[in-house]
Design a protein around this ligand. Structure first.
Ligand code: NAD
Length: 304
């Protein structure tokens, strides 16, 4: 299949590589020449514009930061829609709001093309191993046609419903995952400052309703090791929660917990930490209170 890929960042780069490994012909574009060069070295062709990617492809994948980037790259001047043939498909995999997803999809359908939404869950490690969670929405024939490409990138595939439902699922999930993570940083900071150890809190919380995947899996790999090197950027986590809060507002209510998490992350961005991994939110609390929330055993493992 002739596949195009636009947005070759932390997630999109390895996802595009897996499409190449799947035996598809790949044409790529990114606004970063370095990102394009990495894919060209692996065997992809480069294009000068999203329109050129569309013209060279049956299916174009987009993996971009925010809704406005998707709108511009797909529907803007020199966009994918200007090059893609009738019957061509855009697989939109960024984390964007369902309204933008539906609006872009509707315009494509008016022009005889299709949009499948398939935002992804998990991390850049899973992007590299082709084991992402895929939350798929759209019309069935288009989803069927897109499936061979989707299979190169993910293993856990969930069909969420019609157009936009994949993006609704992703935003809902990230609102929950991020607010839990921010709540963890508050609770752990309070505990340590009050004289508890991280090990004791983990032991107790493991038996209560306070236990969660962020505490069990994500934080021991980064925050508790003192590592906030780029992974899932605060800038992107904040964007996801903002989109969820805006969606809640459109639906007629104020997502108060979400807005608290959003404000916490906006403060981190104001301090210049937008590109750091979300683990940095724990370190902000540490600095505020003069404490350290670190796993002794994990520190020993890292040192060994
Ligand atoms: P990133 O910032 O690393 O990559 C985005 C890429 O898009 C960059 O290479 C950038 O140069 C390119 N780009 C931006 N605007 C462009 C434009 N107008 N034209 C062409 N290229 C453009 O972001 P990422 O971490 O790869 O995330 C991509 C999307 O996936 C985001 O919506 C994010 O929320 C979501 N996501 C990220 C993760 C994660 O762990 N990083 C996990 C799941 C979902």
């Amino acid at each position: 299949m002739k596949v195009g890929f636009i947005g070759l960042g932390v997630m999109g780069g390895p996802m595009a590589l897996n499409i190449l490994k799947g035996g598809h012909e790949l044409t790529v574009f990114d606004r970063s020449p370095e990102a394009i060069a990495r894919l060209v070295k692996a065997g992809a062709k480069s294009a000068a514009t999203p329109r050129e990617v569309g013209a060279a492809s049956d299916i174009v994948v987009t993996m971009l930061p925010e809704p406005q980037h998707v709108e511009q790259v797909v529907l803007g001047p020199d966009g994918v829609a200007e090059g893609l043939r009738k019957g061509g498909i855009v697989i939109e995999m960024s984390t964007i709001d369902p309204q933008t997803s539906r609006r872009v999809g509707d315009v494509l359908r008016e022009r005889g093309m299709e949009l499948v939404d398939s935002p992804v869950g998990k991390t850049s490690e899973h992007a590299a191993t082709g084991t992402l969670t895929l939350m798929v929405g759209g019309n069935k024939p288009a989803i069927d046609a897109a499936t061979p490409v989707l299979k190169c990138m993910g293993t856990d595939t969930f069909y969420c419903g019609g157009p936009g439902t994949g993006h609704a699922m992703k935003i809902t999930n990230n609102l929950l995952a991020t607010t839990i993570m921010v709540a963890n940083t508050e609770a752990l900071a309070i505990g340590i400052k009050s004289g508890l150890t991280l090990e004791l809190m983990q032991e107790v919380m493991r038996t209560t309703m306070g236990w969660n995947q962020q505490l069990a899996v994500a934080m021991p790999k980064k925050a508790f090791l003192g590592d906030d090197s780029p992974g899932f950027a605060v800038r992107l986590a904040c964007k996801d929660v903002r989109l969820a809060c805006d969606l809640a507002k459109n639906l007629g209510f104020d997502a108060l917990v979400g807005r608290g998490a959003q404000k916490t992350m906006e403060q981190a961005i104001e301090q210049g930490l937008g590109e750091r991994d979300t683990a940095t939110l724990m370190f902000i609390r540490e600095k505020q209170l003069g404490i350290e929330v670190r796993q002794k055993a994990a520190e020993q493992r890292k040192a060994a």
